[in-house]
Structures are given as C-alpha cells and as structure tokens.
Write a new protein. Sequence first.
Length: 80
Amino acid sequence: MPESPTPEPRTPEPKKNPWVQVGRYSQLAMMLPAGTAAGWLLGSALDRWRHTGWISIVGLFLGIAAGMIELIRTVLRDTK
C-alpha cells in the first residue's frame, strides 16, 4: 500500500506590532477627507482657470470616489 504524503505543519502568522496597526487604521481615518479635499481643490482651481462653476463639483465627486477606492483597497489588503 503506497504511503500518503504527510501534510506540512502550518506556521502561524507572525503577530503584527500594535503600533503598526494603529498607524494603518489612523491612515484610514484620513483617506476619505483627504481625497475629497484634494478633488475639490483641484476642481476649484480648474473652475477659476476655465471660468466655470461646475468643475469643482465634479472634482468633489471624483475625490470622494478616489478616497473610497483607496479605503476599500487598504481594508481588503489588511484583512487578508
């Protein structure tokens, strides 16, 4: 009767430093407001340059979307 291969023992994941985790989660608190502010500021600058009034609103929404995407990316990376 052939021998079945023995499963290799799993090595436990190293415990993460709590200060590193605090840094990552505090970064999450700043991502969405920073993306929103950056989009609005860029849109406002384009509004002044192009003499329009709607680009700042588009920039605001793009900034919110960019902040949310980065927030989701970070959360998914940390939960793996």
